[in-house]
Design a binder for this molecule. Structure first.
Ligand SMILES: *Cc1c(COP(=O)(O)O)cnc(C)c1O
Length: 416
C-alpha cells in the first residue's frame, strides 16, 4: 500500500474506480504540446462527450435529407424530440417525467417560473434568497419585484451567514421563515450555492416554507448532475437548471425546468406560447390557448433540436453510469481532495465549502493571492477564480480521476 500522499496511491485509486472507463467518453482539453490539462472546471462548463458529435450528426443529416419532413420523419422526430429527454432529466432531479421540461435557458426559465409562482400582495411580497447567490438570479428576482410595482429594498431579503462564518445555517433560514413568513411570497435558493459549494437542506426548508404558505423554488445550476435530488418527494414547487455545467451539453445549451405535478392543473398564471398548447390540435392553429396539463404546458417555442441532441447524448452517459454510483464516486473523490488539502498550512488556504457539498470545493486563498491561481493555470490546471479570493475546484466523477486531484494538490503545494 502506498502512502496516501503519493502519486502511486492516486493511480491505485483510479485502478480500483468502477467508473474509471467513463473518462474515455470525453474529450479532455490539451495544452499546446498535446498534454492533457487538469480540468477541474466542470462546474462552469462540462466537457464534451465524444458521442455528442454523432447525436448532432444524426440531426444534421436528417435536416439535410428531409427538410421540414424531419419534424415527423426524422429518425428521432423533432416534433416530440423534447420528450426524449424527460426520463433522463427526471432521473437527474428526482421527479416524474411529466414534471420536467427542457426549454429556453436558465435565467429565462427562472423568470417564467416567477410569473407563475411569484404573486406578491401588499402583505406578502418578499422574496428570500442567499446573499451570495449568482448575480443573474439576483437580477432576475430584483426585476420581477420591480415589475410587480414593489421596491427591492422592501421586498428582497438576502440571507447572510453569521459573522465569521462562510455558509448559511438551516436554523437561521428557518428563523427568518418563521418570523417573517406572513410577508414572504417566495423562497428561492441555489440548491448548491455556486460560490461556497454548500448544499442546502432542500427538503427541510421546503417543508418549513410551505407551513407559512411560501412557494419554494431552487436554482439547480450547480446541483443538477452533481448531488442527489428528490424534487417530487420533497414537494418543491419549481426548479430550474442549465445543462452546460455538470450536464455536459455544450455552451449555452437548452435548460431545464421542474414544476411539481400538484400545480399542473391548478390554473396558475403563466406566459404562453404555441409549444405549450395541446398537442392534439396545435397545428389547427386555434386562437384559444389550452395548456398541456404537464410541465410541457410552460413551453413557449419549438426548441433547438441540435441543442436537445447534445443533451440527449449526455443523458445517455448519465444513464449508463447511474446517478447513485456517480454520487458515491463524487464523495470519495472530493473527500480525497479535502484530505490532501488539509495537509496544507491553514494560514495559506482555507476550505470554505462545508461538509454538505457536492463535488465542488471552494478554497479561499490568504490575502487574495491571485498570483497563485495564475501560476496554477500556467502549470496546466483549469479551475476558476472568483473575486475576491476564492479558487473553485470541481473534480467531476464522470471524467476526473484521483490522479487529476493528486496532480492539482502537487502543483498547489509546489506553487504556494
Ligand atoms: C450558471 C448559472 C446561471 C447562468 O444563467 P444562464 O441563464 O444560463 O446564462 C444562473 N444562475 C446560476 C445559479 C448559475 O450557476
Amino acid at each position: 500500500m502506498n502512502s496516501k500522499y503519493t502519486k502511486g496511491f492516486a493511480i491505485q485509486l483510479d485502478q480500483e474506480d468502477p467508473l474509471n472507463s467513463f473518462r474515455k467518453e470525453f474529450h479532455i482539453p490539451v495544452d499546446e504540446n498535446g498534454h492533457e490539462l487538469i480540468y477541474l472546471c466542470g462546474n462552469s462548463l462540462g466537457l464534451q462527450p465524444k458521442r455528442t458529435r454523432d447525436y448532432l450528426d444524426q440531426e444534421l443529416t436528417d435536416w439535410a435529407e428531409l427538410g421540414v419532413e424531419g419534424h415527423f420523419n426524422a429518425k428521432n422526430p423533432w416534433m416530440p424530440y423534447h420528450e426524449f429527454l424527460s426520463e433522463g432529466f427526471s432521473e437527474i432531479v428526482g421527479a416524474k417525467p411529466t414534471e420536467v421540461i427542457a426549454m429556453n435557458s436558465l435565467t429565462v426559465n427562472l423568470h417564467l417560473m416567477m410569473i407563475s409562482f411569484y404573486r406578491p400582495t401588499r402583505k406578502k411580497h418578499k422574496i428570500l434568497i442567499e446573499a451570495d447567490a449568482f448575480p443573474s438570479d439576483i437580477y432576475a428576482i430584483t426585476s420581477q419585484i420591480k415589475h410587480h410595482g414593489y421596491k427591492p429594498e422592501d421586498s428582497l431579503v438576502k440571507i447572510k451567514p453569521r459573522k465569521g462564518e462562510d455558509t448559511l445555517r438551516t436554523e437561521d433560514i428557518a428563523k427568518i421563515i418563521a418570523e417573517d413568513g406572513d410577508e414572504i411570497a417566495l423562497l428561492m435558493l441555489g440548491g448548491v450555492n455556486y460560490y461556497t459549494g454548500q448544499v442546502f437542506d432542500m427538503k427541510t426548508l421546503t417543508n418549513l416554507a410551505h407551513k407559512e404558505h411560501i412557494y419554494v423554488g431552487f436554482d439547480l445550476a450547480h446541483a443538477a448532475g452533481n448531488v442527489k435530488l428528490k424534487l417530487h418527494n420533497w414537494n418543491v414547487d419549481f426548479a430550474v437548471w442549465c445543462s452546460y455545467k455538470y450536464l455536459n451539453s455544450g455552451p449555452g445549451s437548452i435548460a431545464g425546468a421542474f414544476i411539481h405535478e400538484k400545480h399542473h392543473k391548478s390554473n396558475l398564471p403563466m406566459f404562453a406560447g404555441w409549444w405549450g398548447h395541446n398537442k392534439e390540435n396545435r397545428f389547427q392553429m386555434p386562437d384559444d390557448f389550452e395548456p398541456i396539463p404537464t410541465a410541457e404546458g410552460w413551453q413557449l417555442s419549438n426548441p433547438s433540436i441540435l441543442s436537445l441532441a447534445a443533451i440527449r447524448a449526455s443523458l445517455s452517459i448519465f444513464k449508463e453510469a447511474g446517478m447513485d454510483r456517480l454520487i458515491e464516486k463524487s464523495k470519495n473523490l472530493t473527500n480525497y481532495l479535502i484530505e490532501l488539502l488539509e495537509t496544507i498550512d491553514s494560514d495559506k488556504i482555507k476550505i470554505i465549502t462545508p461538509e454538505k457539498r457536492g463535488c465542488q470545493v471552494s478554497i479561499q486563498v490568504t490575502k487574495g493571492n491571485k498570483i497563485l491561481f495564475d501560476e496554477l493555470t500556467k502549470k496546466g490546471v483549469i479551475a476558476d477564480w472568483r473575486e475576491p479570493d476564492v479558487i473553485r475546484i470541481a473534480p467531476v466523477p464522470l471524467y476526473n480521476s484521483y490522479s487529476d486531484v493528486y496532480k492539482f494538490y502537487n502543483l498547489l503545494t509546489s506553487s504556494l
